[in-house]
Design a protein. Structure first.
Lengths: 311, 284
């Protein structure tokens, strides 16, 4: 379990994290979502004792990380897969890590096999692709067989097969009862991997909810309706105080409404309906809605979140 | 190198799980961090190449200097013959060798800051002072052992060349053994100084500049000052003071060998204390 209580972190005049509180529970994958620059990496750095908080505190399994004597047995983390010495062989990189925490040498070979790096154990890390570096970082995180795992943007640079592999890995780690905390700026990826989401923007908490709740709660919950008497229906809905939009192909989107509300309204006035669909927003849309006001580096009034790759 | 290698290898291969790793006592935790740093050190080709460069450089310069002197001996003026410094000829290579071991000390920590691997290191061992101390032990012991061995070889080679002049000295002559082993101590201290500067400055380029500045600027600066100041700066500047330990000839306005080394160690200690203070305070 990871707890973050009233965490603030300033770098000079820049506020990276602003009074952030949340808990990451064991047994499920918790996604840590936010646009680039929202404070995800800073928060993880504080949790790992790398950066000192300006205010507030974080704990792992109830204790301050800096008090842990052999932290790799409790917490495994992947922060930056490229933060390694390129001249070192993969097995040597894991060996020094293992030795620093009294982890048996054979565990190095185990995690190399587990992450599919068994064949390149003797190669220098500098020659690795980004995807292989990510796998090495994940191998390092798994080294001490820890109960708590933190991954900062683990799917960056992975090919589709690698992304599927890590998705399965994260879920199975959580299913074993471990705490799994994964950051991403890709809502679509988190929708497939996480059960719970902590969403931040500009260092502030925006949402802390299950994936399904987050979609439910989204303002973009809407009903799409088609009718030969569209104009009549449009007027009736607006008179009823609904926000209505005409779609390009001759239908109406009714915001914040249930299909039942719209269906009953139509029946009450004897209107024919050709289509009545509750439109679930995609998680991506829910995320955009949530973070729209908080994008740090907005280029245009309606900032968009990069689709992929931007790290 | 083999002695250090064996000592450090023994640490690496030591028992892994007697008590649990989590409740291990302070001494055992330090030992495993030293072992971890030793794996880091020996798993880089660049560390081995740097040490090789030291051995070849120092021994090579000794051979060259002594060989040339021996070849020119019959035509040398009596005054030049009288000025012959057989120890100096053996160990002069350290004026270059110190740069390599200094940079090696710097790189021990700045290569980690440069790649940001330091974050992985500090996440694995949050007791950062333990990490810095372990790095000091590893680079200190390695450079000490390699430095002493290199000096012994350089001394032997140079004296062999000088034998024909009849002015060769032996380790049993006064001060010779101290100078030869002192060269190792001097090199190890410079490596630790580099480690301290690297920890404070964090960038490789900045640290190397700062270290070289510390070694070479004071003697140049001294020239700008009048009499008393000039002599004091000359006498107490880190390199001038520290290198007295590998000299056997007396010099005007210079400290004794051990006093000089102590002065260099004091500078290193001050830098080290600042480094220890900063490393735990700063964000990684």
């Amino acid at each position: 379990m990871i707890t973050v209580q009233g965490l603030s972190k300033r770098y000079g005049a820049t506020v990276a994290v602003d009074d952030l509180s949340f808990t990451v529970e064991p047994g499920r994958v918790t996604g840590f979502l936010g646009p680039n620059g929202a404070g995800k990496t800073t928060t993880m750095s504080v949790i790992l004792g790398l950066d000192a908080p300006t205010a507030g505190r974080t704990t792992v399994n109830g204790r301050d990380y800096r008090q842990l004597r052999a932290p790799l047995h409790e917490v495994g983390a992947l922060l930056d897969a490229r933060a390694v010495h390129g001249g070192r062989r993969a097995c040597d990189h894991l060996s020094w890590l293992a030795r620093s925490n009294d982890i048996a040498r054979r565990r190095v070979d185990e995690v190399l096999e587990l992450t599919g790096l068994g064949d390149v154990a003797g190669r220098r890390i500098g020659k690795f692709s980004l995807g292989m570096s990510q796998r090495l970082g994940i191998a390092a995180a798994l080294l001490g067989d820890p109960d708590v795992l933190m991954f900062d943007e683990p799917v960056n640079g992975l090919d589709p097969e690698g992304i599927r592999w890590i998705r399965t890995l994260l879920r199975s780690l959580a299913a074993e009862g471990r705490t799994v905390f994964v950051s991403s700026h890709l809502m679509s990826e988190m929708a497939l991997t996480a059960q719970h989401l902590v969403v931040i923007g500009r260092g502030r908490l925006i949402a802390d909810a299950s994936v399904t709740d987050l979609i439910e709660r989204s303002e973009q919950r809407a009903v799409r309706v088609r009718s030969p008497q569209l104009d009549v229906l449009h007027r009736l809905l607006e008179d009823g105080g609904r926000a209505v939009e005409t779609t390009g192909d001759g239908a109406l989107d009714v915001r914040d409404a249930d299909a039942a509300d719209v269906g009953e309204l139509a029946a009450a006035h004897g209107l024919v309906l050709h289509e009545l669909v509750a439109r679930r927003p995609s998680l991506e849309e829910a995320f955009m809605e949530l973070t729209d006001a908080s994008v740090e580096f907005a280029g245009a009034p309606h900032a968009s979140v990069p689709e992929e790759g931007a790290a | 190198m083999s002695v250090a290698t064996e000592v450090l290898d023994a640490a690496v291969q030591g028992p892994v799980t007697a008590a649990g790793p989590v409740d291990a006592g302070g001494a055992r935790r330090f030992r495993r961090v030293v072992a971890s740093e030793w794996i880091k050190f020996r798993s880089l080709r660049s560390s081995r190449l740097a040490l090789l460069a030291v051995v070849i450089g120092v021994v090579g310069i000794a051979a060259l200097a002594a060989g040339t002197t021996a070849a020119r001996w019959s035509t040398m003026a009596p005054k030049d013959r009288a000025d012959l410094d057989p120890t100096g000829l053996s160990l002069n290579g350290w004026f270059l060798g110190q740069l390599v071991v200094g940079v090696l000390g710097v790189l021990t920590v700045t290569s980690e800051y440069g790649s940001r691997m330091i974050r992985t290191t500090f996440a694995a061992v949050p007791q950062r002072r333990l990490v810095l101390a372990a790095k000091a032990v590893v680079v200190g012991v390695i450079v000490l052992v390699v430095g002493m061995a290199t000096s012994l070889i350089a001394f032997g080679v140079a004296q062999a060349f000088l034998a024909s002049t009849g002015h060769a000295v032996s380790l049993s002559d006064p001060g010779e053994l101290r100078a030869v082993l002192g060269a190792g101590l001097y090199a190890a201290t410079i490596a630790m100084l580099g480690l301290g500067v690297g920890t404070i400055v964090r960038s490789t380029a900045g640290s190397v500049s700062a270290l070289f500045g510390l070694l070479f600027v004071p003697p140049i600066l001294a020239e700008l000052f009048p009499g008393g100041w000039h002599r004091a700066i000359q006498r107490y500047s880190p390199m001038n003071a520290g290198s007295r330990v590998l000299m056997t000839q007396s010099q005007a306005n210079a400290l004794g060998p051990w006093a000089g080394l102590a002065v260099l160690m004091a500078y290193t200690a001050v830098i080290g204390i600042i480094a220890f203070w900063l490393v735990a305070r700063r964000d990684a």
